[in-house]
Ligand binder design. Structure first.
Ligand code: C5P
Length: 283
């Protein structure tokens, strides 16, 4: 199969997701946790393309492609669920250009699955607000509906009960990952089961500043280097907030200005040249 044999290529960005705050409230009987979170998205991420084809193919490229070339991943699972839900026999050629670290708290696979659903909906002229897309997303993972929505939102329940909120309007941010993959399930399982209360009211930034990430202590216990990442970010000039995202290990810092963000990026590069960095903006 070459690209020339495909018809109607659609490309979608799979932006990195941030949890500006993440309050774990309760362990549920189904093994999940009820939480409250402020989802936001940055402008950079992975890229997914879908095209109608005469056979199903999946190809992965990019700096984090390693380990994702198997046929069972969230992109291929999203495509299979989409075809089943909409009764589409036509196979697709799928490509994933992987720029976000895997198992890192910024949505990664969830963002890719959501981008696949958005791209397939466009390819087949399906309304992006079709509730079947949200239903498919919820079966693929707790963060996939938020990534499908793709805009700042308050999430409750498993994180898939969503209410849109104002974003941060392009606030400069730096994402840093110490190149440690932290699996989500064990971090949730290590939560101490102490409910420290809900996310407060106010502007999205005020709510984030007054909030916390309750998964940060259990993630730090599993990967202590996360403390070093947050400490390095928190010490940078012009930083407004430094915190871990999701279940880690990626941490983010929000800055008052692009100059402060870029200076912090250079400072982190100098101090820890082995760490992954993404200077970007939160929308
Ligand atoms: O839904 P997803 O596959 O992304 O979740 C991965 C794991 O994270 C779940 O199996 C569960 O252990 C944990 N999780 C949780 N509560 C949530 C979301 C995820 O306990 N709200």
């Amino acid at each position: 199969m070459t690209l020339a044999e495909t018809v109607g290529v659609v490309e979608e960005t799979a932006p990195a997701k941030l949890n500006l705050a993440l309050h774990v409230r309760r362990r549920r009987d189904d093994g999940y946790h009820d939480l409250e979170t402020l989802f936001a998205f940055v402008v950079h991420g992975d890229h997914v393309t879908v095209a109608t084809a005469n056979a199903s193919v999946f190809a992965v490229s990019g700096p984090f492609a390693e380990g994702l070339s198997g046929q069972d991943n969230l992109v291929t699972r999203a495509e299979a669920a989409f075809r089943a839900a909409f009764g589409i026999d036509q196979p697709h050629a799928l490509t994933l250009d992987k720029h976000l670290p895997v198992a890192s708290g910024v949505g990664g696979g969830s963002a890719d699955a959501a981008a696949t659903l958005r791209a397939l909906a466009r390819l087949h002229a399906i309304d992006p607000a079709d509730p079947r897309l949200h239903a498919i997303a919820a079966t693929l993972g707790a963060d996939v509906p938020a990534c499908l929505l793709g805009r700042a939102a308050f999430g409750s329940g498993r994180g898939d009960d969503l209410t849109p909120i104002d974003g941060l309007g392009g606030m400069p941010a730096l994402l840093v990952n110490p190149r440690v993959a932290v699996p989500t399930g064990p971090v949730f399982a290590a939560w101490d089961r102490v409910d420290l209360g809900p996310i407060g009211e106010g502007t999205t930034l005020d709510r984030a500043l007054a909030g916390r990430n309750d998964l940060q202590p259990p993630a730090e216990a599993i990967a202590p280097v996360i403390r070093d990442v947050v400490a390095l970010l928190a010490g940078q000039p012009g930083v407004r907030l430094a915190r871990m995202s999701g279940s880690g290990a990626t941490c983010f810092a929000l800055f008052a200005s692009e100059a402060d963000r870029d200076a912090a990026d250079q400072a982190v590069a100098a101090a820890r040249p082995d760490w992954w960095r993404l200077p970007t903006d939160v929308v």
